[in-house]
Design a binder for this molecule. Structure first.
Ligand code: ZN
Length: 109
């Protein structure tokens, strides 16, 4: 369908290579993930060398490419976050299904 393919093109940020470089340079290509020291309780940035420019928030529909929603992550924290996101997405899906089942109950009709 022409409609859906044009929508997909709209979503793709043609400026992404530039945005990626700007964010990478802003963060010095160092991981911005907050790490809390178990002993001191102090939270600091990971600051390991990273080349992943990641969206802090994803709503699953369109990614927000504004600089405040982008940061550099190292491979480790990027993988960790992606894993957390998929668990979270599965949980959300399950909750929504439960909600639908609840409101689909005959008592609400
Ligand atoms: Zn990191």
């Amino acid at each position: 369908m022409a409609w859906s393919s044009s929508r997909r093109k709209e979503r793709f940020n043609r400026d992404w290579p530039r945005v990626r470089r700007v964010i990478g340079e802003r963060d010095g290509w160092r991981c911005q993930w907050p790490v809390t020291d178990l002993y001191t309780g102090v939270t600091h940035k990971c600051l390991r060398a990273g080349n992943q420019v990641d969206h802090k928030r994803r709503d699953g529909v369109a990614d927000d490419d504004s600089p405040s929603n982008l940061w550099v992550l190292c491979d480790y924290h990027h993988a960790l976050k992606t894993e957390t996101e998929s668990v979270e997405a599965r949980r959300l899906k399950r909750d929504r299904r439960k909600e639908r089942e609840w409101y689909g109950h005959p008592a609400f009709r």
